[in-house]
Design a protein around this ligand. Structure first.
Ligand code: NI
Ligand code: MN
Length: 230
């Protein structure tokens, strides 16, 4: 399995000839190195409705004729916007897709879509995903604060990789992300959701030092466009 960081929270997963993208915010993302029209994927997973996650998800799903996976309200909203290949889930549920198994897990955050005409449309709960393809298991936490039930995710899955936000302010900061890694016990941690804009600036090299001191996980720092092989 190859995981490519696309900037902010966007990640591309390639395994067994299938491609999935999670939270593809590319247009307007200062860290993005690919354009939405250049992504051909089999599935688009969205963790919540904030613009820096929902991003180009609908356009990419349409262009690729890909399956859009998200929480029930969000995929219904996608259908209202003309997407017909959608798969709604809810927290705690898993499903065996043709590419592998996805379990939707909790995230402590919010999920309102802010529209251009200054309305807020709530699109269900925010979530994270545990994705199992072949013998590899990846957890993408979405946007979340630290929560104790990450210990359950750590008990239920042998995580090869945990993709964790570290930017603070809207999500976990470095201290809580290290605590999260202690609960999750992944082999590797990919820090995301930092340095995209001033409010979430972090010293990621210092995070790596501390994470590797305080947990058994290896920290993989990726610049946008770089990949890790699991
Ligand atoms: Ni958010
Ligand atoms: Mn976010």
């Amino acid at each position: 399995m190859r995981v490519t960081f696309l900037g902010h929270a966007a990640c591309l997963i390639e395994a067994d000839g299938k491609k999935l993208v999670i939270d593809p915010w590319l247009t307007g993302n200062p860290l993005a190195t690919v354009k939405p029209e250049d992504l051909q994927v089999d599935a688009v997973l969205v963790t919540h409705a904030h613009g820096d996650h929902l991003g180009d998800a609908f356009q990419i799903a349409k262009n690729s004729d890909a399956l859009l996976i998200g929480i029930f309200e969000l995929v219904n909203y996608a259908q209202f916007n003309g997407l017909n290949r959608v798969h709604g889930m809810s927290i705690g549920g898993g499903y065996n897709f043709d590419f592998g198994r996805v379990k939707m897990v909790p995230a402590m955050h919010s999920s309102g879509l802010i529209t251009e005409d200054q309305q807020i449309i709530y699109l269900g709960e925010p979530c994270g995903y545990v994705i199992q393809i072949g013998d590899k298991t990846v957890y993408h936490a979405g946007d979340t604060g630290l929560f104790g039930d990450m210990a359950l995710i750590g008990e239920q899955f042998n995580l090869n990789l945990a993709i964790l936000p570290i930017g603070d302010n809207y999500v976990m900061g470095p201290d809580d992300a290290i605590y999260a890694a202690q609960l999750l016990q992944p082999e590797q941690v990919l820090p995301i959701h930092y340095n995209t804009f001033p409010a979430i600036e972090q010293d990621v090299q210092n995070f790596k030092l501390r994470l590797e001191e305080e947990t058994s996980a290896e920290c993989v720092i990726l610049s946008s466009g770089e990949s890790v092989e699991l």
